[in-house]
Unconditional design. Structure first.
Length: 215
């Protein structure tokens, strides 16, 4: 994957800004919410969701992001992150991330429009043994493991259609960011993020959602 420095700069219009705050500070953390254009559930396509998270978790991204948690939902993305490089502020990093993931979207959208084939969560599952299940549950609850979308049943999944991929834009022009003020604020934001898939009815427990991570 090319470095973000090679990507075009996207203009950012943040919805809320803290007056006088240095958004290039390497000691601050932010809760960020980024929605898809027209709230289209394009990340219900498993291939696009995987490619987007691969980009987010790549070495090139993590050089810039002090990423603490993420949750990619079918029509939006939540992050808790900071800035690692004081010469590149939050708005610039987000613009670069959006630029690259838009390129990923274009590539996948062309495939879907041409083939009319969308990759959805699996429907056939096997039951693990008791010992294997206990070990897996322990790793999941400690956020030391992540389930693949092929091995977890995602309920109430959006009815995504090839027509959702006809538009060129994938992200809304504005993203919401909140400066995390203290430990209680951080814990509240983390809880909100990981509980999103549970509230939507996709999974019963937050650790079972394959597109959530706490680093």
């Amino acid at each position: 994957m090319p470095y973000f420095e090679d990507l075009p700069q996207a203009r950012r219009y943040n919805t809320l800004r803290l007056l006088g705050h240095n958004y290039g500070s390497t000691t601050s953390l932010y809760a960020i919410s980024l929605a898809t254009d027209q709230r289209r559930p394009v990340f219900a396509d498993i291939k696009l969701a995987k490619a987007t998270l691969k980009s987010l978790l790549s070495d090139q991204t993590l050089v810039l992001f002090d990423l603490r948690a993420f949750c990619l939902m079918p029509n939006h993305l939540h992050l808790v992150t900071g800035v690692k490089n004081p010469t590149v502020d939050l708005s610039t990093i987000m613009g670069r991330f959006e630029s690259y993931t838009t390129q990923l979207y274009w590539k996948r959208a062309r495939e879907i429009v041409e083939t009319r084939a969308i990759t959805l969560p699996g429907s056939d599952f096997h039951q693990n043994g008791v010992r294997e299940s206990r070990e897996l549950i322990t790793a999941l609850t400690q956020w030391n493991a992540t389930l693949r979308p092929e091995v977890v049943q995602l309920r109430n999944w959006p009815n995504v259609k090839p027509e959702h991929f006809l538009r060129k834009t994938v992200w809304q022009k504005k993203f919401f960011d909140h400066v995390i003020r203290n430990q209680d604020d951080l814990e509240n934001e983390l809880d909100y993020i990981v509980m999103n898939p549970v509230k939507e009815g996709f999974v019963k427990y937050p650790q079972f959602y394959p597109f959530t991570g706490v680093l």
